[in-house]
Structures are given as structure tokens and as C-alpha cells.
Design a protein around this ligand. Structure first.
Ligand code: ZN
Length: 403
């Protein structure tokens, strides 16, 4: 295994490219990843990739690039999302200016995950500048829509058969951790319909807000505790968050309608249909036991299946080995309570690890819940360059070098 010297990364070019990606706004919703996609496509083409851009919906492009090796090697996919969370109101800097202070670049999506996209292309660039040639193919998918579930990005590419690879890395910010599992999410809207009446004669109506409140209480007091035995070695047990509860129109009217929005997180082994059925059954039990006449419907807003890979899988071991080679440190095995695009790749049979750059802090906290999507999101440029070197090493280790 041959190593790459640190000075081969074009650090000025890397900083300029990440700056351009951050300035190309891609807040989702609405996404509109076109400016980022154009930058990625241009860069990949300059590196010799065959590039195609596809749109799952108007203004929702994803970029697929393939850099052919010298032949008869495996294909390694790097996947990164181009969309970002909205910036929120707490920023102390312009979230789209890509301001650099003390080697740290601040920007919406700087870490999650325009840093990952940058590390991918500068990993390839680093190899080319060093005159190294790979036997296998490097495949890159820069995708739309991940922060809203990925169905218009990685999900679309997978469903359309546009992803061919033997192993994959999803370049989410994980720092010194290789993630092997993520939870799934099921977002539901429960609409409760009662019967309107004057507030002075509530016995003539059926209050939908009151019924919705009973559903909320039953979800939290009965269903959530019953799910706690669905344990996973690396992930929190399933959870339910009541995201919103709206209902009624006026103080002196019996509310005839209420809507609950819930976010049900699933562990590997659970599926969305069963999770939805469980919630339906709970609502139906409350309704059937109630002498009042009310009804409910459940609408699925979004779902992401959970994903996991064996920590002993070759791509996981390869990420750890490349990390060790470049940094001299061990990369630990971890997971995320959030959701990611990895399951789309795992579901089509591509062994997939989650591993990418983020701003290291003193506290060993999950980056997705300390920095990503929060005010003053930032990444150390040194960490991005380090990730580029690690990705380059990973390409050599997994795809082989032509002599
Ligand atoms: Zn992300």
C-alpha cells in the first residue's frame, strides 16, 4: 500500500471550489440544485469523467460521473448530496458568503455536505496530480433532495438503474467515525374529523381536537414504551415526535377537524408499512372504544427506510484502513440517529459505508446534531484536504493501481 504525501492536495483550489459550492445556494426546500450541479459537472469533466445530468423533477438535477480506470477493476461510488438545510435565523455571519476565519470556512451546507463533495473531486485531483492511475472505475453521484428524503436524488437514480458500482461511500460528515447504520423515518399526517357545534352547547358536537389529544397521549404513553425492546447495537430505539397539532377555528365553536403530524423513526428491521399499521391500529382502537362518532385518516408524507451494513464488510474495513494510513489514527465504528441516502444504495445491493469530513470539536458529539443545519455551520479546510487524501488512498486501496 503506497501512501500519498500531504503536499499533493491543491489546497487553494480546494478552498476556492468549496467557496463556489457554498455560494451556489441549494436550500431545500425548494432544492433547486442546478448551480451546484453545474459546478460539479464542470469539475468532474475537467478530471476526465463521463458526466450525465438527470432531473427527477424540474430544477432538481443530479449528476452522475464515471472515471474509467485502465480496466477489469471494481467500481467505487462516492455519493454526496448537493442540497442543504435552510439557514435559520441565528447566523452571526452571512450563511452564503463562505467566509474563512482561521482556516475554518463558514457557510450553509459547508459541512453537510459540500465539504464531502469537495473532498471527492479533490481526492481524484490529488491522484491525478501525483500521476497515479487506477485500474477500477471511480463513480460519483452528486444528488438532489437528500435533506427531504432523497427520493428525487439518490432514490431516483437507484430506481432508474443509473447507479452501477461494487461498493460505495456516502460522504456525509462523520469525522473520525465510519458509520454503518442509520435509522429510517416515517412522516405521517393524521386527520381527525369530528362534528361542529356551538361552543355553548358542546354536547351537540364531537370535538376533533380532544380526540386528537387522546391520540397524541396514546402514542406517547402506550406506543413509544412498547417499542423500547426493539434495540439495535448502535442506534437509539424507535421514537415518535409529535411535530405539530392543529385544529379548530374559533373559541366558541366545537372543533370539527384536527391534524397531527408525526415523525416516527425506525431502526433496521422495521419497515414503514408495519410502523404505519401500528399507528393506524392504535387510532382505530381509540375510535372503536369511543361512544362519540368521529373518524380519522392517515396520510404518508415521506418515508426513508433504515440502513445498515456489517461492520466487517470490506468497504467499511477499507475506509478504516485508508483513514489509518493517512492520519495514523483509528477510525471508530458508529451510526446516526438521523437518516441518510445510504439505504437507497444498500437496497440495490451495493455495500455502502458512511464516511466524510467535518469540523472536529473538542467534544465528541454527533456532528449532525452539533453543527449541521445549525447556525454558523462550518468546516475546517484542513479537514476537507485530509478527507481528500483519505479518499485518494481509499481509491488506490480498493481499485488498484496501474503500474
Ligand atoms: Zn447530509
Amino acid at each position: 500500500m503506497s501512501e500519498l504525501k500531504s503536499h499533493t492536495v491543491d489546497e487553494a483550489g480546494l478552498a476556492a471550489f468549496l467557496t463556489a459550492l457554498v455560494r451556489a445556494r441549494s436550500v431545500n426546500p425548494p432544492g433547486h440544485e442546478g448551480a451546484v450541479a453545474a459546478l460539479m459537472a464542470e469539475k468532474l469533466e475537467a478530471l476526465g469523467f463521463d458526466v450525465t445530468t438527470v432531473e427527477a423533477a424540474p430544477r432538481r438535477p443530479s449528476v452522475v460521473g464515471r472515471l474509467a480506470g485502465t480496466g477489469n477493476g471494481p467500481a467505487l461510488l462516492f455519493n454526496g448530496h448537493m442540497d442543504t438545510q435552510p439557514p435559520g435565523t441565528q447566523w452571526t455571519r452571512d450563511p452564503f458568503a463562505a467566509i474563512v476565519e482561521d482556516g475554518v470556512l463558514y457557510g450553509q451546507g459547508a459541512m453537510d455536505m459540500k465539504a464531502g463533495l469537495t473532498a471527492i473531486v479533490f481526492g481524484v485531483d490529488t491522484l491525478q496530480r501525483a500521476g497515479r492511475q487506477l485500474i477500477g472505475d471511480v463513480v460519483v453521484t452528486a444528488v438532489a433532495d437528500e435533506v427531504c428524503g432523497g427520493h428525487l436524488g439518490t432514490g431516483y437514480l437507484a430506481a432508474e438503474g443509473l447507479i452501477q458500482a461494487d461498493m460505495a461511500v456516502v460522504c456525509e460528515p462523520t469525522g473520525d467515525t465510519v458509520r454503518v447504520a442509520h435509522r429510517g423515518a416515517l412522516w405521517l399526517e393524521i386527520e381527525v374529523l369530528g362534528k361542529s357545534a356551538h361552543g355553548g352547547r358542546p354536547w351537540l358536537g364531537v370535538n376533533a381536537v380532544s380526540k386528537a389529544a387522546r391520540i397524541v397521549a396514546a402514542l406517547e404513553d402506550e406506543l413509544v414504551p412498547s417499542m423500547q425492546d426493539r434495540t439495535h447495537a448502535l442506534l437509539p430505539a424507535p421514537t415518535i415526535n409529535i411535530g405539530s397539532l392543529h385544529g379548530g377555528t374559533k373559541t366558541n365553536l366545537v372543533a370539527d377537524q384536527a391534524v397531527i403530524e408525526i415523525d416516527r423513526r425506525m431502526v433496521p428491521g422495521e419497515d414503514a408499512d408495519a410502523a404505519e399499521a401500528e399507528i393506524f391500529d392504535l387510532c382505530e382502537r381509540l375510535r372503536a372504544a369511543d361512544p362519540d362518532d368521529w373518524s380519522f385518516t392517515i396520510k404518508r408524507l415521506m418515508h426513508v427506510t433504515p440502513g445498515e451494513i456489517d461492520p466487517e464488510a470490506a468497504i467499511v474495513k477499507a475506509c478504516q484502513a485508508a483513514h489509518q494510513t493517512v492520519t495514523g489514527e483509528n477510525a471508530v465504528i458508529g451510526s446516526t440517529a438521523g437518516f441518510e441516502d445510504a439505504h437507497f444504495l444498500l437496497d440495490i445491493g451495493i455495500p455502502t459505508a458512511m464516511y466524510g469530513p467535518y469540523r472536529r470539536t473538542e467534544k465528541n458529539e454527533d456532528p449532525h446534531f452539533t453543527n449541521s443545519g445549525m447556525a454558523d455551520e462550518a468546516v475546517h479546510l484542513g479537514d476537507v484536504a485530509r478527507a481528500a487524501r483519505i479518499y485518494a488512498q481509499l481509491m488506490i486501496d480498493t481499485l488498484g493501481e496501474a503500474k
